[in-house]
Design a binder for this molecule. Sequence first.
Ligand SMILES: Cc1cc2nc3c(=O)[nH]c(=O)nc-3n(C[C@H](O)[C@H](O)[C@H](O)COP(=O)(O)O)c2cc1C
Length: 208
Amino acid sequence: MKVLLVSASPRREGNTFTALSEVAKTLNQEGIETEIIEIGSKPIGGCIACNWCKQHPEEHRCAFNNDMVNTISAKALEADAFVFGAPVYYGQPNGSAVSLIQRLLYSNGAAFSYKPVASVCVCRRGGADTSYQSLNMMFEMMNMPIVTSQYWNIAYGREPGQASQDVEGMQTMRTMAHNMAWMLKKFHGEPTSERPEKEPWTPMAFIR
Ligand SMILES: Cc1cc2nc3c(=O)[nH]c(=O)nc-3n(C[C@H](O)[C@H](O)[C@H](O)COP(=O)(O)O)c2cc1C
């Protein structure tokens, strides 16, 4: 089984990547293959409702080939589950994340429906929970089972990599990964425990 993890941050190995790496590491420990894709800093335009994809469903892709959308779309056909991570910009997922996900789901929905998905958001201070809900809203109308955790899948940090110091945030990522692994094994009829693995809670408030 394979999980595709997509970081919509333009910053290479930023905090979104840090959070997704924690998820991937845990999935690997569970025996699940992973691939992390960083979309990079090239722009991703929004859906223009041209409906080319609806007229060519056998193509499983967006009409526009000039950005990362179709690269990810092709990989989605082979993936069993997804994690989409986004940095928070102005209290929302960054624009590229929204453009990317909307075009993927509209142009190649069959590659996503009925496959588990988790949203991840990172921010410096505020807006992660609203952003997390925004991402989930898109998956919730695609028949995609949403993978949750012990808390919303959010982590805090400003400079690249700082999120690794968010002890509770990183634990939230690991718990979500265990839950996703457990769900995938149940779906695919593989042996697994009655309940997913769970660590003792490591809380972390803003002011320690
Ligand atoms: C344009 C812009 C807007 C931002 N808006 C917010 C915000 O509303 N709330 C917040 O807490 N952080 C905000 N940030 C900070 C980022 O969310 C934060 O640095 C995050 O760790 C970036 O993730 P990355 O390293 O994966 O890119 C903003 C950053 C940028 C560039």
